[in-house]
Structure formats: structure tokens, C-alpha cells
Write a protein that binds this ligand. Sequence first.
Ligand code: 9YT
Length: 135
Amino acid sequence: MIVRTLKAAQKTDRRVVTPGWESTRLLLKNDNMGFSFHITTIYAGAELHMRYANHLESVYCISGDGEVETTEWHTKYPITSGTIYILDKHDEHILRAHTEMVMACVFNPPLHGREVHDETGAYPLHAEAVADDRS
Ligand code: 9YT
């Protein structure tokens, strides 16, 4: 069994900070679970254009208000506490945070730990790993 806390993980290089969001990656590839799990905060006013070409992602909104728009159909879905969106087709999308949003995110395949978006809005398949701190 592996036990971690968000508070402790935020003090390590599991926490990745960018201008529009930050994400603490609580469960990663080197845990050998087949997926990764992150708590992500999207800063108020952020507009993120993403397309995870190499990953599938599910995003559950814990708190905050925003919307996600598919760029193929321009369909907009309100995202608020209790809503999940599931990018089952590597969907290109835009996430807009009207307020600060806290999300629980799952990636398959799992992230290594230090990924940030490339110019296409994707994460690379290989990236720097964080320390293996399994207890
Ligand atoms: C919702 C979303 O995809 N935000 C970008 C960060 C990502 N969730 C991550 O790396 O944890």
C-alpha cells in the first residue's frame, strides 16, 4: 500500500506550477498502477487550449466554476463542483476557469511527473520522473 497526503506532496517536485495552473501529482508511473492521479488547481481567468494526443484524461471538478468547450463542435459545457468531463477521444478542448477551480485528474498512460504542455497542448510520452517515495 502507498499512502501520501496532498499537503506533503505539495512540498516536493510532485507539484508542477505554470502560469495558468498548478498540479500536484499524487500517483505516477513509477507507482506501477497503470494511471496517474493529480490534484490540479486552475487559476481564475485562465483559458487553457489542450489536446492530449498521447493520453486519455478524466477531470472531476471538486470546486470552482468554469466551462469546457470542444473545438470540433464548439459545444460548451458548464463545469462546476460534482461534474466530470472525460476526454475519451483525445478531444481538443478549451478549459476556461471563471473562478479558481480544483480538479481531480486521472491520466492513462500515467505521467512520469514533470510534464507540462507542449505547443500542441499535449504532454510528451516521456518526461522527467519524480523521486520514488513509496513507503
Ligand atoms: C484540467 C487539465 O488538464 N489541466 C491541466 C493540468 C493537468 N490536469 C495535470 O497535469 O494534472
